[in-house]
Design a protein around this ligand. Structure first.
Ligand SMILES: Nc1ncnc2c1ncn2[C@@H]1O[C@H](COP(=O)(O)OP(=O)(O)OP(=O)(O)O)[C@@H](O)[C@H]1O
Ligand SMILES: [Mg+2]
Length: 445
């Protein structure tokens, strides 16, 4: 037995565990094994998937050990519901056979790891501790987000969850490569997640998308699998393609190789149509894009509730932002469809002198900058090398964590906090949709 384990999950820390298995002896055996280790505490033990979901909501365990095969509701369905309702809990799936398709489905549903029966003690202990350590920053982020959002703007989780969500599509765009589009999109998606809010992150940088690198995700299922079925896309097909990040965030991956982008670009409206079709299943859909202005991107702009436009304080970036804002005017987008933010703003005075001040940028663009994200190479690189998001960091008062959270909260309040605003946005969106389907140049007045 691994007696040294108590300290591996944190000094004196107790990991609370819920067991879900339809065979009582299995639950008893696992419980006995866990009793040998002082850092584990079994706080519940139930025999069906449905009870598992109910107990997870009530007890909020750190870890749920879930059998995959159960009558009533199976482990995969229960995991899908738990990752949405109790995102602070991490599910470890158990199965008798090492069936790759089963395991793939379990991981897509949001399970963090799996155990094959019969379960060996050390494997059980190590898996629980590893999953718990990886889950801690994610759980802390949810808890902090939950307390950061004013009560009146928090939505209650909806029992059905499907088809009746707010469906806001937020397209993150920068005309300048390397301005931080993917950084902002991934952190915004994560920052918007809290209990009861469903968020989907979409990598629509079709050729050189980086979302998989930022989130340390691998999947063979991508949006390429959906474009042939846009007309009869259903929730089940979509759910089979979407990947679940460790944090519970749902991700629609972009093409696995640059050459596959052509399949999507052959129908420029495809991505926007897919997102509009499934929008009702999510509260926020965050779309990462490439700088390349093409018809696919324009269709996404049209479909967007908000466009988060990212600039840097350099001449080239400001010149390109001017061009994009002119284009949006020509497309008759209302000014509040766009939200301007500056990224990589230097904190060092000497560097500030060499770049353009926010005041001057605002005057030149005749638009206000809503959030300024400071340049912090170390934080950005550390997050990237670990495959962890910047907003998942423990110290939320530090830049640029603070500003990225501020952006998520601003959008949350603007889109979910005020019903009138939502209705206005919906009206804007519908107005814009009518104008889709023309070429980039032919759309210019
Ligand atoms: N505020 C910041 N401070 C320091 N580094 C940053 C900041 N924001 C982003 N970066 C870094 O800048 C690089 C580019 O960021 P990112 O990939 O998000 O930009 P992008 O606009 O998506 O680029 P691309 O054009 O390649 O898609 C990354 O290495 C990222 O870690
Ligand atoms: Mg990018």
């Amino acid at each position: 037995m691994n007696r040294a384990g108590a300290n591996q999950s944190g000094e004196g820390e107790i990991i609370s565990i819920l067991l879900v298995d339809d065979i009582p002896e299995t639950r008893e055996n696992i419980k006995k094994l866990l009793a040998f280790e002082p850092d584990f505490k079994v706080i519940g033990s139930v025999g069906t998937g449905r009870e598992g979901v109910a107990m997870a909501k009530e007890l909020r365990p750190n870890i749920i050990i879930m059998d995959i095969n159960m009558p009533d509701m199976d482990g995969i369905q229960a995991t899908t519901l738990i990752t949405e309702a109790v995102p602070t809990a991490a599910v470890i799936m158990m199965s008798v056979q090492n069936d790759p398709d089963y395991l793939r489905r379990a991981m897509l549903a949001g399970a963090r790891n799996f155990l094959t029966k019969p379960i060996l003690p050390d494997e059980l202990y190590n898996t629980i501790r590893t999953v718990h350590i990886r889950n801690k920053p994610i759980a802390a982020q949810y808890t902090a987000m939950q307390s950061a959002v004013p009560l009146e703007t928090q939505r209650k989780p909806s029992a059905e969850g499907v088809g009746n969500r707010a469906g806001h599509i937020i397209v993150v765009y920068s005309p300048q490569g390397g301005a931080g589009c993917t950084t902002v999109a991934t952190n915004l998606a994560s920052g918007l997640m809290k209990e009861g809010i469903r968020v989907l992150l979409v990598d629509a940088d079709l050729q050189f998308g980086d979302v998989s690198v930022f989130l340390n995700l691998q999947s063979q299922s991508t949006m390429v699998d959906l474009v042939g079925n846009v007309e009869d896309l259903d929730t089940e097909l979509f759910d089979n393609i979407v990947v679940t990040h460790d944090s519970g965030l749902k991700v629609l991956m972009g093409p696995a190789r640059p050459e596959y982008a052509e399949v999507i670009q052959s129908n420029p409206n495809a991505v926007a149509q897919i997102l509009e079709k499934i929008a009702g299943n999510y509260d926020f859909i965050i779309v990462d894009t490439s700088r390349h202005l093409d018809e696919t991107l324009l269709a996404l702009f049209d479909a967007a509730t908000k466009i988060v436009l990212i600039g840097m304080p350099t001449l080239a970036s400001v010149k390109n932002l001017r061009f994009v804002l002119d284009l949006f005017d020509q497309l008759t987008y209302p000014p509040d469809k766009t939200m301007m933010i500056l990224n990589r703003v230097p904190t060092d005075r000497n560097r500030q002198k060499l770049l353009i001040s926010t005041d001057r940028i605002e005057k030149f663009l005749k638009r206000s900058i809503e959030v300024e994200i400071p340049e912090d190479e170390i934080t950005a690189l550390t997050a990237m090398s670990k495959g962890v998001l910047i907003v998942a960091q423990r110290d939320r008062s530090r830049s640029p964590v603070k500003e990225l959270i501020q952006l998520a909260e601003l959008l949350h309040t603007r889109l979910m906090g005020n019903k009138d605003h939502v209705e206005e946005d919906e009206a804007d969106k519908k107005g814009q949709q009518r104008k889709t389907g023309f070429g980039l140049l032919s759309r210019k007045n």
